[in-house]
Each structure stands twice: as C-alpha cells, then as structure tokens.
Design a protein around this ligand. Sequence first.
Ligand code: SF4
Length: 506
Amino acid sequence: MATIWLLGDQCSWQQPWLKQIDPALDRVVMIEANSRSTWQNYHKQKLVLVYSVMRHFRDELRQAGITVDYRQGERFDEELRAHIREYHVDELRLHMPGDDRMRRKIEQWAGENQACAVQMTEEYGFLVDRSEWPELLPDEKKWQMDSFYRLMRRRFNVLMTEDGKPLGGKWSLDAENRKPPKEGISFPEPEWIAPDEITREVIEEVETDFSDNYGKTAKFFSPVTAKEAERFFEHFVEHRLATFGDYQDAMVAGDPFMSHSMISTSLNMKLLDPLTVIRRVERAYEEGLAPLNAVEGFIRQVLGWREFIRGVYIRRMPSYQDVNALDHQRDLPAFFWTADTQMNCLHESVSAVVNHGYSHHIQRLMVLGNFATLAGIEPKQVSDWFNEMYIDAFDWVVLPNVLGMALYADGGQMSTKPYVSSGNYIDKMSDYCQSCVYNIKEKTGDNACPFHALYWHFLERHGEKFREHPRMKVMYKHLDNRTDETVNAQRTSAARIFERLETGEL
Ligand code: SF4
C-alpha cells in the first residue's frame, strides 16, 4: 500500500505520482503543519493561500474517489510518522520539494527512516528538468539569462518564424517595455476571486492562530483552485495583457497591479501550467489581442526568467543563502513591515505588500531592492523579508531574485552590475515624487530626496569594486568632478539619512 505525500505547493493533478495513482490501492497524505518552528513569520495572506489551496485540493481528490488523510498538527515529521503507523504504509512517494532546506530534511529523513520505502521523483511545474542545470549553467562560464532564454525559445518553438528566427526580428523587446506612466493613466482591474466558504473559514483561523503575523487578509482575492487560476489568467489575457508591454516598468501611486498578470502565485503553487500559459499568450498575439512587446515581455518572464532563476538556485544552494559580496550589515528598517515612512515610493511599495502580499517587479527591484542596496542592508534580512511578506514567494524564487538581481550580494553571478540608481529613475518611471515630502529636485539637505545622497554614498564606498566597470565609469567620472563643497554636502546628507534611519524618522 503506497501513500503519496503532497506538499502545499504541489496541489496539482499533473504531479507525476498522482497521474499514476490507483485509488483502490494508494492514498494521499496532506499535512497542515502550524508549528512556529515550521513556519517563518509569513504574511497572513500567504498562510491563507497555502491552507486554502490544500483544503480545496483535498476535496477534489476525495470527489475523485481518492482516500486522503488530511492532517493538521504541529510538525510535518510527527504527522508523517503517525500516518505511516496508522495506515501501515509500505511505500511513501513524494515529489522533490522546490525548497532546498525542505529537500535536504526530507532526504535525511528518508535515509534514516526504517518504517517504509521512500520514492522521490521530480515535481511538476517547470520546463527544465533539475538534472539539466549543471550543463546549462556550467561552473566555468558566466551565466546569462539572455542566451538561456534564446535556447528556450528555440527548444519550445515559441514566437519563432518558420526559418528559426525570432518573431519581429529581435529576441528581446525589453527596450519597448519602459514607457513612463502618463498623467491620469489607469488600467482595467484584474478579475478578483471572491473567497468562498472554505477560504473564509481559513481566513478566520489564520486571523486567530497567527494574529501576530504581519499583513492583512481583508483583500485576499487570489485563486485557490486550478479552475479559478485559469479564469483569472484568461481575464488577464483578454483585458490586461495588451498594456502590459508598454508599462511593464512604470509605477503608479495607489495601483500596485497596473497591467501585471499576478499569476506568479498560481504558477508557483502549481495551479497553472507554465507551457499552457505561454502558448495561450502566444495565441493572443496571433488573435490580435495584444502587441508583440507585451507578449514577448510576458513570455520572457515565464519561459526565460522564471526557469533561469530556478536553475541558479539549484546550482548555488545551499551556500547561496549566505552571500554578502558587498559586506552590507545594516538592519532592515522597521518601516518594511509597517510602510510608516515619509519616502513616498517606499511607502507605496510597502503598503501594497502589507495589504496584498504583492508589489510588482519594478517596485521590488528599483524601489525596495535599490533602497536596501544603497542603504547597505544585510542581504539575509532582506531576503527573509521578501520570503515572509510576498504571497508568491518561495525560497527558490526569492534568493536569486533578491540576493542576485536586486542586491548584487552574489558579486555578479546573475547581473553584470548592481541595479542601483538615484531618485531620478523613480521620478521618471512613477508619479510618486509629486506627493512626497522630500524634494526630488534637491540633491542635498534635509528636504532632498534621500535616494540621491545614498546613491553617491554607495558609489564612494564601493569605488574599488566598480570604478573600472565599463557601465559605471561615467558615474565615477561625475564623482571625481565634484567640488569639495558638493562632496561635503553629499556626505553630510548621507550621514543625516543614516541617523534618521536609525531613529525611524526617515
Ligand atoms: Fe522616493 Fe525620492 Fe521620489 Fe520621495 S522624492 S518618492 S523618496 S524618489
């Protein structure tokens, strides 16, 4: 008698063991572990999502005639041992968890376990097999998303002409994804999913059992079944994809969603299939629903970036979690949990996270990540925050995106240079500065935008590393041409900003 153990982010009929289940002989075990030692201090919406998806899938399995032992307890290992005992399990079948710590724990447990045989197989939900990564990302070469993306386009024949060229003549239309927001611009709302009875019950439980956790549940509208995820995605394709391309990098106060698909949560929970999603968006282009820059920009994220960062995680863990190439040691400021800051760009970006467990990728990269890098926040604290506060966060997504791309903490494994900028980038790409107490036009002094002085401070303190970098030389030329008066004013401003960061006045 075999048991399939499904983890919270593996609730899909496409999981290999489920595809070959014999309901007369086999059963499924699902475990809701709620011990504080099991869970980090996750955003309440993340807990609602995982528990609700699990309970919905449990019901789907039971309706299909499959026996499900659904257990709620303190710890995974205790519940699993109890299940094996109670059901006299001969063989435990499971899918390789995406989380490296969990995978190691399970492998160790499987090695020590004498109670039954353990069979582990690759989990569903990705286009590249785990075993391929050493060849795709070899130690001796620089890892580049662009060449990997081209390989994927060819391999899956996506947006390709018949003679093997990229549709439209270019592999990436990134340069056409950077329109700043026009005054008064607005976007169609996503088709929010109203919580059903099961989800409402989970929300109540989470509000009671995890009342100290950060985040709010009032605006929980995420899909919790594959059907809901498909409906949510189809609405995006038909109504919101068209404007995604132009405004992919723009930021608008009060609208953290804009034209972003927000399907990362469903993809990472395995409610959506990546290749189906890619094919549907490709078809949307053929049907004239969206222009090529929107379609290619979307496909680049799913076919290119999502797979690539998983590869980096697989190739670099477990040491990757401790990288700190710039030796940044400052503590993460309290406003990352409360949004209580006068810097409007940070206030807008963190508020979205507190309310929705979400902000879009440019808020993550060029506001939150940019600030953390410039201010010298310890990378581990930043990646822990992203891991805990985002509804779509999983360790394999967060570590490369945050440590590698946003913070340059891996010393350039994933990006050629740090993604840092002064406040001018935020001013160009958003309407945040118009209603900020700080003045984007002032470069120094207590009213000046703090990003300016922090940017110069970053360049000064990391001159040895970046002065000769071909794409940063120009900035160092500016640095060298400053008058003594400017240098002093900028240094004084930066010192004042760090002081106010400590006292919570920023
Ligand atoms: Fe952010 Fe500076 Fe603009 Fe304020 S002025 S919103 S701190 S970039």
